[in-house]
Design a binder for this molecule. Sequence first.
Ligand code: FES
Length: 86
Amino acid sequence: MDERITVEICMGTTCYVMGGAQLAGIADRLPEEWKDRIAVKGMRCSGACQQGDRVGRAPFVRVGGKLIAEADEGKVLAAIREALAH
Ligand code: FES
């Protein structure tokens, strides 16, 4: 299988101010051996930050289609590792 895993970082205002801005540069910090297997891009607000009490759970990042709340670099890297293993 040669499909890239897509990492989508929410660029909506809530996520951006709650940490998405720092995550946007993650592409440059990925381990060398992952770089051609991962595609990092921005996404628009999916509405996840507006559901119930979820506003406090920003920033949101989607890794291989799976939504991660309160995303930080450690969580995103762990999700990528898991996606690569499958
Ligand atoms: S701003 Fe990111 S989910 Fe709404």
